[in-house]
Design a protein around this ligand. Structure first.
Ligand SMILES: CC(C)(COP(=O)(O)OP(=O)(O)OC[C@H]1O[C@@H](n2cnc3c(N)ncnc32)[C@H](O)[C@@H]1OP(=O)(O)O)[C@@H](O)C(=O)NCCC(=O)NCCS
Length: 173
């Protein structure tokens, strides 16, 4: 399978925060934002593998700054690493206040998707070749993040997480 670059999956989604998207404080609800993020990330994953995908997991999301009613939301999504049948997608979210003319970071997150074949079984995806320094940094870190999420999801025994263990222990003969 021919390798693809993160730029092949680049996806930018732009939304405006309307009254029905807000909580009682007039800020964008976290659940609505996560819904938009899921869609942007799924589009990025599908652009990478040219196949339908399902969300396998969502890493922890911290909402650093609230996005206010009437502000614009920008969600950038790119595949940060492809494994066998799964892909990690990195997302960055900003709010934009048109009246005051400034942009502010809201949050950053990682979503994992699995590509499915017509029988709804996981199918192999193309490898990813990072290009920029940031893409290379995200690619390297993805192996550790994958092991953490598989351990938390009960899909991997902590003993099997070789790269994670190597961060904490040196090898003795
Ligand atoms: C995600 C799903 C396809 C995995 O299927 P599975 O039968 O467990 O398949 P496998 O164990 O062979 O794993 C397939 C891939 O999923 C990855 N995976 C499984 N659980 C995962 C998790 N919790 N987090 C991250 N990746 C996960 C595996 O690492 C593997 O990736 P790899 O091939 O790149 O190594 C399946 O659990 C599913 O369909 N879940 C529901 C998805 C869904 O409906 N999402 C919408 C939210 S309701």
């Amino acid at each position: 399978m021919q390798a693809r670059n993160p730029s092949d999956s680049y996806t930018m989604m732009t939304e405006i925060v309307l009254p029905n998207d807000t909580n009682v404080f007039g800020n964008l609800m976290g659940g609505r934002l996560m819904y938009w993020m899921d869609i942007a990330a799924a589009i990025a994953a599908q652009r990478h593998c040219n196949a339908p995908v399902v969300t396998a997991s969502v890493d922890n999301i911290s909402f650093e700054n609230p996005i206010k009613l009437g502000n614009t939301v920008h969600i950038e999504a790119k595949v940060s690493r492809a494994f066998n049948t799964s892909m990690e997608v990195h997302l960055k979210v900003w709010g934009e206040d048109f009246t005051q003319q400034f942009k502010y970071k809201s949050n950053e997150a990682y979503y994992t998707f699995v590509a499915l074949d017509p029988n709804r079984r996981p199918r192999v995806v193309p490898p990813l070749t990072p290009e920029t320094e940031e893409e290379k940094r995200l690619y390297e870190g993805a192996l550790h993040r994958r092991q953490v999420r598989l351990i938390l999801g009960g899909k991997m025994k902590p003993d099997e997480a070789a790269e994670l263990k190597a961060l904490f222990f040196t090898k003795h003969d």
